[in-house]
Design a binder for this molecule. Structure first.
Ligand code: 1GP
Length: 240
Protein backbone atom coordinates (compact mmCIF):
# COMPACT_ATOMS: atom_id res chain seq x y z
CA UNK A 1 0.00 0.00 0.00
CA UNK A 2 1.50 3.32 -1.07
CA UNK A 3 0.61 6.24 1.06
CA UNK A 4 1.87 9.21 -0.91
CA UNK A 5 -0.44 8.72 -3.92
CA UNK A 6 -3.35 8.47 -1.46
CA UNK A 7 -2.35 11.78 0.13
CA UNK A 8 -2.18 13.42 -3.31
CA UNK A 9 -5.58 12.12 -4.28
CA UNK A 10 -7.08 13.28 -0.97
CA UNK A 11 -5.65 16.76 -1.60
CA UNK A 12 -7.15 16.77 -5.07
CA UNK A 13 -10.54 15.78 -3.70
CA UNK A 14 -10.16 18.36 -0.91
CA UNK A 15 -10.47 15.65 1.71
CA UNK A 16 -8.68 16.51 4.92
CA UNK A 17 -6.43 14.03 6.67
CA UNK A 18 -5.77 13.51 10.38
CA UNK A 19 -2.86 11.59 11.86
CA UNK A 20 -2.84 10.49 15.48
CA UNK A 21 0.74 10.59 16.75
CA UNK A 22 1.71 7.86 19.17
CA UNK A 23 4.93 8.00 21.14
CA UNK A 24 6.38 4.52 21.84
CA UNK A 25 7.67 5.83 25.16
CA UNK A 26 4.16 6.56 26.34
CA UNK A 27 1.77 4.24 24.45
CA UNK A 28 2.20 0.73 25.77
CA UNK A 29 1.33 -2.23 23.50
CA UNK A 30 -0.49 -4.06 26.31
CA UNK A 31 -2.90 -1.24 27.10
CA UNK A 32 -4.10 0.00 23.73
CA UNK A 33 -7.65 -1.41 23.66
CA UNK A 34 -9.73 1.57 24.78
CA UNK A 35 -7.62 4.15 22.99
CA UNK A 36 -7.66 2.27 19.70
CA UNK A 37 -11.38 1.68 19.83
CA UNK A 38 -11.92 5.42 20.09
CA UNK A 39 -9.34 6.09 17.39
CA UNK A 40 -11.01 3.64 15.01
CA UNK A 41 -14.38 5.36 15.49
CA UNK A 42 -12.88 8.78 14.76
CA UNK A 43 -12.07 10.67 11.56
CA UNK A 44 -8.37 9.75 11.92
CA UNK A 45 -6.88 8.58 8.62
CA UNK A 46 -3.30 7.76 9.65
CA UNK A 47 -1.30 6.68 12.66
CA UNK A 48 2.10 8.28 13.05
CA UNK A 49 4.60 6.62 15.38
CA UNK A 50 7.61 8.42 16.76
CA UNK A 51 9.22 10.26 19.63
CA UNK A 52 12.38 12.13 20.44
CA UNK A 53 13.78 9.64 22.95
CA UNK A 54 12.64 6.09 22.47
CA UNK A 55 14.06 2.83 23.80
CA UNK A 56 15.30 0.34 21.25
CA UNK A 57 12.56 -2.02 19.94
CA UNK A 58 9.81 0.03 21.60
CA UNK A 59 8.78 1.42 18.20
CA UNK A 60 8.69 -1.97 16.52
CA UNK A 61 6.71 -3.51 19.38
CA UNK A 62 4.20 -0.69 19.31
CA UNK A 63 3.75 -0.89 15.53
CA UNK A 64 3.16 -4.65 15.71
CA UNK A 65 0.52 -4.12 18.41
CA UNK A 66 -1.14 -1.24 16.51
CA UNK A 67 -1.57 -3.42 13.42
CA UNK A 68 -3.65 -5.82 15.51
CA UNK A 69 -5.96 -2.97 16.49
CA UNK A 70 -6.34 -0.92 13.31
CA UNK A 71 -6.23 -1.04 9.53
CA UNK A 72 -5.08 2.55 9.20
CA UNK A 73 -1.70 3.13 7.53
CA UNK A 74 1.16 3.36 10.01
CA UNK A 75 3.77 5.97 9.27
CA UNK A 76 7.10 6.30 11.04
CA UNK A 77 7.83 9.83 12.18
CA UNK A 78 11.23 9.00 13.62
CA UNK A 79 13.24 11.00 16.07
CA UNK A 80 16.17 8.71 15.46
CA UNK A 81 17.49 5.91 13.25
CA UNK A 82 16.77 3.33 15.95
CA UNK A 83 13.05 3.90 15.34
CA UNK A 84 13.13 2.50 11.80
CA UNK A 85 11.16 -0.72 11.52
CA UNK A 86 9.92 -2.65 8.52
CA UNK A 87 6.65 -3.34 10.36
CA UNK A 88 5.31 0.11 9.40
CA UNK A 89 3.99 1.09 5.96
CA UNK A 90 5.90 4.29 5.31
CA UNK A 91 8.48 6.63 6.77
CA UNK A 92 8.61 10.39 6.73
CA UNK A 93 12.23 10.93 5.73
CA UNK A 94 12.61 14.21 7.54
CA UNK A 95 15.20 16.85 6.77
CA UNK A 96 15.19 19.65 9.34
CA UNK A 97 15.28 22.59 6.92
CA UNK A 98 14.63 25.19 9.59
CA UNK A 99 17.92 24.40 11.33
CA UNK A 100 21.55 24.39 10.38
CA UNK A 101 22.63 21.18 12.04
CA UNK A 102 24.13 19.01 9.29
CA UNK A 103 23.28 15.83 11.23
CA UNK A 104 19.56 16.53 10.86
CA UNK A 105 19.84 17.90 7.34
CA UNK A 106 21.72 14.92 5.84
CA UNK A 107 23.94 13.12 8.38
CA UNK A 108 21.31 10.86 9.97
CA UNK A 109 19.98 10.06 6.52
CA UNK A 110 23.28 8.68 5.32
CA UNK A 111 23.58 6.66 8.49
CA UNK A 112 20.05 5.28 7.99
CA UNK A 113 20.62 3.87 4.53
CA UNK A 114 22.05 0.52 5.61
CA UNK A 115 18.92 0.00 7.70
CA UNK A 116 16.46 1.24 5.07
CA UNK A 117 18.02 -0.97 2.42
CA UNK A 118 16.65 -3.98 4.30
CA UNK A 119 13.09 -2.70 4.50
CA UNK A 120 10.14 -2.33 2.14
CA UNK A 121 9.15 0.99 3.68
CA UNK A 122 7.76 3.67 1.41
CA UNK A 123 10.20 6.52 1.95
CA UNK A 124 8.62 9.98 1.71
CA UNK A 125 11.12 12.87 1.59
CA UNK A 126 9.72 15.53 3.91
CA UNK A 127 10.97 19.04 4.56
CA UNK A 128 10.59 19.63 8.30
CA UNK A 129 10.31 23.19 9.64
CA UNK A 130 10.34 23.86 13.35
CA UNK A 131 8.55 27.11 14.11
CA UNK A 132 8.64 29.15 17.30
CA UNK A 133 5.72 28.45 19.65
CA UNK A 134 6.46 30.20 22.93
CA UNK A 135 8.43 27.52 24.73
CA UNK A 136 11.39 25.22 24.14
CA UNK A 137 10.39 21.89 22.59
CA UNK A 138 11.95 18.44 22.44
CA UNK A 139 12.90 18.85 18.77
CA UNK A 140 14.85 21.97 19.62
CA UNK A 141 16.65 20.27 22.51
CA UNK A 142 17.48 17.09 20.65
CA UNK A 143 18.56 18.70 17.38
CA UNK A 144 20.27 21.70 18.96
CA UNK A 145 18.64 24.01 16.44
CA UNK A 146 16.59 27.14 16.90
CA UNK A 147 13.01 27.31 15.63
CA UNK A 148 12.15 29.86 12.95
CA UNK A 149 10.76 33.13 14.35
CA UNK A 150 7.03 33.45 13.87
CA UNK A 151 7.24 37.06 12.74
CA UNK A 152 9.40 36.32 9.70
CA UNK A 153 6.76 34.74 7.52
CA UNK A 154 8.71 35.25 4.31
CA UNK A 155 11.67 33.26 5.62
CA UNK A 156 9.32 30.39 6.49
CA UNK A 157 7.66 30.48 3.06
CA UNK A 158 11.05 30.63 1.31
CA UNK A 159 12.41 27.73 3.35
CA UNK A 160 9.36 25.59 2.57
CA UNK A 161 9.62 26.51 -1.11
CA UNK A 162 13.32 25.63 -1.19
CA UNK A 163 12.33 22.23 0.21
CA UNK A 164 9.86 21.74 -2.62
CA UNK A 165 12.45 22.81 -5.19
CA UNK A 166 14.90 20.31 -3.72
CA UNK A 167 12.37 17.58 -4.38
CA UNK A 168 10.67 17.10 -1.00
CA UNK A 169 7.25 15.49 -1.41
CA UNK A 170 5.74 16.94 1.77
CA UNK A 171 6.36 19.98 3.96
CA UNK A 172 5.75 19.61 7.70
CA UNK A 173 5.16 22.80 9.69
CA UNK A 174 5.97 21.83 13.28
CA UNK A 175 5.27 23.90 16.38
CA UNK A 176 6.61 21.07 18.57
CA UNK A 177 4.93 18.47 20.71
CA UNK A 178 2.75 20.08 23.38
CA UNK A 179 3.38 23.53 21.88
CA UNK A 180 1.77 26.44 23.69
CA UNK A 181 0.79 28.04 20.41
CA UNK A 182 -0.05 26.04 17.29
CA UNK A 183 1.18 27.21 13.87
CA UNK A 184 -0.74 30.42 13.07
CA UNK A 185 -3.27 30.25 10.23
CA UNK A 186 -1.53 33.10 8.41
CA UNK A 187 1.68 31.05 8.15
CA UNK A 188 -0.15 27.94 6.97
CA UNK A 189 -1.99 29.86 4.26
CA UNK A 190 1.12 31.75 3.11
CA UNK A 191 3.03 28.46 2.71
CA UNK A 192 0.06 26.74 1.06
CA UNK A 193 -0.28 29.53 -1.48
CA UNK A 194 3.32 29.17 -2.60
CA UNK A 195 3.61 25.37 -2.68
CA UNK A 196 2.25 22.66 -4.93
CA UNK A 197 3.00 19.79 -2.53
CA UNK A 198 0.85 18.72 0.45
CA UNK A 199 1.36 20.42 3.79
CA UNK A 200 1.38 18.75 7.18
CA UNK A 201 0.74 20.85 10.29
CA UNK A 202 1.33 19.71 13.86
CA UNK A 203 2.08 20.77 17.39
CA UNK A 204 -0.21 22.21 20.06
CA UNK A 205 -3.56 21.47 18.40
CA UNK A 206 -6.00 20.61 21.19
CA UNK A 207 -9.50 21.39 19.98
CA UNK A 208 -11.85 20.76 17.08
CA UNK A 209 -11.84 24.52 16.42
CA UNK A 210 -8.06 24.60 16.08
CA UNK A 211 -8.15 21.55 13.83
CA UNK A 212 -10.76 23.13 11.56
CA UNK A 213 -8.82 26.41 11.51
CA UNK A 214 -5.68 24.58 10.35
CA UNK A 215 -7.64 22.82 7.58
CA UNK A 216 -9.30 26.07 6.60
CA UNK A 217 -5.91 27.78 6.31
CA UNK A 218 -4.64 25.07 3.98
CA UNK A 219 -3.26 22.18 6.03
CA UNK A 220 -3.78 18.95 4.10
CA UNK A 221 -2.87 16.68 6.99
CA UNK A 222 -2.91 17.60 10.66
CA UNK A 223 -0.99 15.68 13.32
CA UNK A 224 -2.26 15.52 16.91
CA UNK A 225 -0.56 13.64 19.73
CA UNK A 226 -0.56 15.32 23.13
CA UNK A 227 -4.28 16.21 23.16
CA UNK A 228 -5.24 12.53 22.75
CA UNK A 229 -2.59 11.39 25.24
CA UNK A 230 -3.93 13.77 27.87
CA UNK A 231 -7.63 13.23 27.23
CA UNK A 232 -8.96 10.32 25.17
CA UNK A 233 -12.43 11.84 25.26
CA UNK A 234 -11.20 14.34 22.64
CA UNK A 235 -11.90 11.51 20.16
CA UNK A 236 -15.62 11.95 20.96
CA UNK A 237 -15.57 15.34 19.24
CA UNK A 238 -14.01 13.79 16.16
CA UNK A 239 -16.34 10.91 15.48
CA UNK A 240 -16.76 9.63 11.92
C1 1GP B 1 4.61 16.73 17.38
O1 1GP B 1 3.41 17.73 15.57
C2 1GP B 1 3.37 16.73 16.53
O2 1GP B 1 5.72 16.39 16.64
C3 1GP B 1 2.11 16.74 17.35
O3 1GP B 1 2.16 17.68 18.39
O4 1GP B 1 1.73 16.42 20.49
O5 1GP B 1 1.32 18.88 20.38
O6 1GP B 1 -0.19 17.29 19.19
P1 1GP B 1 1.20 17.56 19.68
Amino acid sequence: MKLYPNILSAVEKREKLLAVLMDPDKAKPESLDGFMQKLNNSIATHIFVGGSTVEEFATENLVIALKKHSNLPIVLFPGDISQITNEANSILYLSLLSGRNPEYLIGKHIASVSKLRNTNLEVIPTGYLLIENGKETAVQRVTQTAPMPINNEQAIVDTAKAGELLGMRLIYLEAGSGAKKAIPSSIISAVKEELGIPIIVGGGIRSKEQLDAAYQAGADLVVIGTAFEEDESFFNQLKK
